[in-house]
Design a protein around this ligand. Structure first.
Ligand code: GLU
Length: 424
């Protein structure tokens, strides 16, 4: 891999290495000018912040966080903030780059960004997480604004986190600025339909994929890795359409029942116990076993680098719907393609979240709010159209679906960059 402008090459296997490897393939297919390709594979700006938080019992503890803006040619940057012990700059760079392509693939007027803090929030109290969030929001406020960069929830962050960020930013300004983040509670300028939007997009794109093979949800079994902002909603929305959800997992491990899991009861179990483990009438499985569990649709909705050269050939599903960002390594991509698995790539499959975020932002800027039916109808239309545009691109160029999605997206960003011209 060609070194970046600072002379470094990201470690092989890191999320940024994966993102750049995918980018190189797409840039070749697009026959992108070498200078333009080099421009698009670099993040525009990166902020690292080290900041103190007062812990409940008195002492200060230092934390490190990041906010990366990958590209701004199509609009302000958009992307979530995650709290996870494995966050690092290369991961945030990759996730920011994927956000640029994701917004372009569904054709919403944003560039990509991502943020993260190195922390396991499950080990902190609610008030410690609140203070951490407010301080991190203050630290990144120098590059965050409704016009410039709009965060949203990601792994281990949620509507409450966004409420604190919105409040912190608003306190500094002296007036309320709801449009500075999306994924807020509806009571303070959030959008109806945002909370389940990523899962809904997974459901819609998978439905369209099933249709291509003359199937519907009633014909299939589904395994979902991750039971958070994406997986829990993807699972219940697919179940509501008639699918049999046979396995789910979270960070604690997984549960399976080949006769199907009762999603309503499972959600109640998780509300009580925080984890899927211990759910009655199911076998315990590991996260690894979930990925190779017998099913028709596998939806990895957790973290990066899950499907690898080691496990991809044991995948039994014939559709892989990537609710997560970057769950499949390039080697696994090749294996799945050879097996004839129908891949719905991350930047398409999980774009429902940022699409509903766009609706939220537009509503906030206009202080004019839409009904849930309007939001879901618009989301359905955008997701289904993007799905078929990617399928058409794959057909036209005779490439796999990941490459097709990236080609469509990167082509749009390159075109916008060319039209704007390189400053000065
Ligand atoms: N974190 C989500 C993602 O990875 C949503 C981003 C957003 O809504 O801005 O797509």
């Amino acid at each position: 891999m060609r070194p970046l402008a600072d002379g470094t090459i990201p470690p092989e296997g890191s999320a940024y290495w994966v993102a750049l490897t995918q980018f190189e393939t797409a840039a070749r297919v697009l026959n992108l000018d070498e200078g333009m390709a080099d421009y698009l594979r670099h993040p525009k700006r990166e902020l690292t912040v080290n900041f103190p938080v007062t812990m409940d019992d008195g002492p200060l503890r230092m934390f490190t966080g990041y906010r990366v803006h990958h590209n701004t040619v199509r609009g302000p940057t958009k992307g979530g903030i995650r709290y996870h012990p494995n966050v690092d700059l290369n991961e945030v760079r990759a996730l920011a780059m994927w956000m640029t392509w994701k917004c372009a693939v569904v054709n919403i007027p944003y560039g990509g960004a991502k943020g993260g803090v190195i922390v396991d929030p499950n080990l902190l109290s609610q008030s410690e997480v609140r203070r951490l969030t407010r301080r991190f929001a203050t630290e990144i406020s120098i590059i965050m604004s409704p016009e410039g960069d709009i965060p949203a929830p990601d792994v281990n962050t949620n509507a409450q986190t966004m409420a604190w960020i919105m409040d912190t930013y608003s306190m500094h300004k002296g007036y309320s600025v709801p449009a500075v983040v999306t994924g807020k509670p509806v009571q303070i300028g959030g959008s109806l339909g945002r909370v389940d939007a990523t899962g809904r997009g997974v459901m819609v794109t998978t439905r369209e994929a099933l249709k291509l093979r003359g199937k519907s949800y009633r014909d299939v079994t589904v395994a979902v890795q991750g039971f958070g902002n994406v997986g829990s909603f993807a699972a219940s929305l697919m179940a509501a359409e008639g699918a049999k959800v046979v396995a789910v997992s979270d960070a604690s491990g997984g549960i399976a029942n080949s006769k199907g899991l009762d999603l309503k009861a499972l959600k109640e179990h998780v509300a009580r116990n925080k984890i899927v483990k211990g759910f009655p009438e199911a076998d315990e499985i590991t996260n690894q076993e979930l990925l190779t569990y017998k099913c028709d649709v596998l939806a990895p909705c957790a973290l990066e680098n899950q499907l690898t050269g080691q496990n991809a050939d044991q995948v039994k599903a014939w559709i892989v719907a990537e609710g997560a960002n970057g769950p499949t390594m390039p080697e696994a991509d090749r294996i799945l393609e050879d097996k004839g698995v129908m891949l719905i790539p991350d930047i398409l499959c999980n774009a429902g979240g940022v699409t509903a975020s766009y609706f939220e932002w537009v509503q906030d800027l206009q202080s004019f709010f839409w009904t849930e039916a309007e939001i879901n109808a618009r989301l359905e239309r955008i997701m289904a159209e993007a799905f078929h545009a990617v399928m058409a691109e794959a057909e036209k160029r005779k490439v796999g679906r990941r490459v097709a999605a990236q080609v469509l997206a990167i082509g749009r960003v390159a075109e916008a960059a060319t039209l704007r011209g390189i400053y000065p």
